[in-house]
Design a binder for this molecule. Structure first.
Ligand SMILES: Nc1ncnc2c1ncn2[C@@H]1O[C@H](COP(=O)(O)OP(=O)(O)O)[C@@H](O)[C@H]1O
Ligand SMILES: [Mg+2]
Length: 243
């Protein structure tokens, strides 16, 4: 079930390095924070995990299957993979495109070919989990940042993925919304979903992550371990320009 193994992953944007030899293992059901200074490669790593970018070197294995350019070009297998692992973009506008919140959340399950009843049930469940029922007839692009983030999370969850990947999920949210998103992430992890998130808001994600993967300015892993232990080590965080 959904374990992730990254072995010596390299990624280059033309002449610019994105990742330089990243290795990590993430078990099914884990909760892992990806930490590092700006430009260390957090977003690049999350996009590779989600199959949005293909590594230029090294191997990525999801549930025993190698995820590479060939795998992702196989439409049927790629579709199944994208259903099992969901991505919440840092900027919600990148992923919201439907005329209403209801349609936004229904889109994924409809694509999966679920019956109208099942789609409707999933939409209601996700609206309720994110406490956004009152927004269902609204146009996603007219909502506040916090509301958009909740809709984006709901739209990914309606596919019922095993792994939820979030890039800076607290970015641009007010404290109350950060608290609400935090509660949802904790609930989801308790229900067995793997949560992987890039973050620098250590206080606001308290209780969400049990592990942390730390990337350095050299785009590689400098530490992997218990989340609380790592974020309490201020000297270490300062040394790596994270604080
Ligand atoms: N589209 C791009 N073109 C060129 N360089 C990029 C692009 N996206 C990211 N990079 C570079 O790759 C490195 C890692 O970026 P990123 O993964 O966005 O880091 P982070 O999310 O940790 O801030 C940075 O040095 C960044 O400048
Ligand atoms: Mg980033």
């Amino acid at each position: 079930m959904g374990s992730i193994v990254l072995d010596n992953i390299q990624y280059a944007y033309g002449e610019y390095r994105g990742l330089d030899g990243v290795s990590a293992s993430i078990n099914a059901g884990a909760s892992v924070a990806v930490i590092g200074p700006n430009g260390s490669g957090k977003s690049t790593l999350l996009k590779i995990i989600n199959g949005l970018l293909v590594p230029s070197g090294g191997t990525y294995t999801f549930d025993g299957e190698r995820i590479d350019g060939r795998f992702l070009k196989d439409a049927k297998r790629a579709k199944r993979f994208h259903q099992r692992i969901g991505f919440v973009f840092q900027n919600s506008d990148t992923q919201l495109f439907s005329p209403t919140v209801y349609e936004e959340i229904a889109f994924g399950p409809r694509q999966m070919g679920l019956s109208d009843d099942e789609v409707h049930k999933r939409v209601l469940d996700c609206l309720s989990l994110l406490a956004i029922d009152r927004l269902k007839h609204r146009e996603p692009h007219h909502l506040s940042e916090g509301e958009k983030k909740k809709v984006a999370i709901a739209a990914v969850l309606s596919l019922n993925p095993e792994v939820l990947v979030l890039d800076e999920p607290m970015d641009g949210l007010d404290p109350k919304t950060k608290g609400a998103v935090r509660e949802v992430l904790i609930t989801l992890n308790r229900s067995g979903k793997c949560i992987i998130g890039a973050t620098h808001e250590f206080d606001y994600v308290k209780g969400v992550f049990s592990r942390a993967l730390v990337l350095s300015g050299e785009h590689t892993v400098v530490r992997e371990g218990n989340f609380e232990t790592i974020v309490r080590n201020r000297a270490f965080l300062r040394r790596h320009n994270i604080l």
